[in-house]
Ligand binder design. Structure first.
Ligand SMILES: [Zn+2]
Length: 290
């Protein structure tokens, strides 16, 4: 976990401080300003990482040209997808209209190549009708993931939704039956059909569907556009709109959709960015960085 604290001291205060040459006066004025316009960022400044921020209540936060939701207490989150560039800038606009731009460095990752062979051909090269269905499913799930609610469920310490051997990690480049396909965005946990899937943090169920590739899928919304998706489920035990507490059972592990065996695929999204759930539960990637 990297921690960054950025304190903004307006130039005018520095000029005043030159006139107030007493050390005590200087300290008092700096601490007053620091309390008024501090920005705290805490989290994983890496591709797939999520960063928790705190600004003076009433401030606006803009990243990549998008305003992000800031809570009444000044909480916000920002996330960096699989191929996020190495630098970005975050702009804070304070309630008095002044603003400050902060440069952020995002660590770049190397991803594994994962080859899966022996899949039925129609699951690697779907026909035209199936492609229409897939597009429709993608539109529906995108809408669910785009919900922007003020709940702060994301502030909880995330827990694993189920336990078992990790058989797939975030970001892997996939080669299916010898053909390059979309990267893998989730973390795969192998577990027998019927194993409980619990909520890794509290949330509201925003989507349930039987998807072509993902099988039975549930999306749980943690607030501020952060959501978890659970794929390949055998049974779904909740309904859209249900308020779920962390640790509550929401579904059972299955082998529905495009799979080679029973497992849970846990994915996370923040706005349009794919987040690595492994980073939130501090999954220890093997010696080499993925
Ligand atoms: Zn998977």
């Amino acid at each position: 976990m990297a921690k960054l604290r950025i304190v903004n001291i307006p130039v005018i205060m520095l000029i005043i401080n030159i006139f107030l040459s007493f050390a005590v006066a200087l300290l008092i004025s700096i601490s007053a300003i620091a309390a008024d316009s501090a920005l705290i960022l805490n989290g994983n400044f890496v591709q797939g990482g999520l960063v928790f921020g705190q600004v003076t209540p009433g401030s606006k936060v803009i990243i990549d040209g998008h305003a992000v939701r800031v809570s009444a207490d000044g909480d916000f989150i920002i996330g960096f997808g699989r191929d996020y560039p190495s630098r970005t800038s975050l702009k804070v606009i304070y309630s008095d209209g002044s603003s400050k731009q902060h440069e952020l460095k995002i660590a770049q990752r190397k991803y594994e190549i994962q080859r899966i062979d022996g899949l039925p051909n129609d699951q690697v090269n779907p026909d035209a009708d199936t492609l229409v269905r897939i597009k429709q499913e993608q539109r529906e799930i995108r809408l669910a993931r785009d919900i922007d609610e003020g709940r702060l469920d994301f502030k909880q310490k995330f827990i694993w939704p189920t336990e078992g051997p990790i058989t797939g990690v975030y970001g892997s480049q996939r080669i299916l039956n010898g053909q390059p396909r979309q990267p893998h965005y989730g973390i795969d946990v192998a577990a027998p059909v019927g194993t409980s899937v619990v909520a890794p943090a509290s949330g509201v169920v925003s989507y349930i569907g039987d998807m072509y590739f993902s099988g039975w899928t549930v999306v749980l919304d943690h607030g501020h556009r952060l959501s978890s998706s659970f794929l390949h489920l055998d049974k779904v035990l909740v309904q859209v709109g249900d308020r779920i507490q962390q640790g509550e059972t929401i579904a059972l592990v299955g082998a529905t959709g495009r799979v080679t065996g029973a497992h849970l695929d846990w994915r996370m999204n923040w706005h349009t960015q794919r987040i690595d759930p492994g980073l939130l539960v501090e999954y220890e990637y093997n010696s080499k960085k993925q």
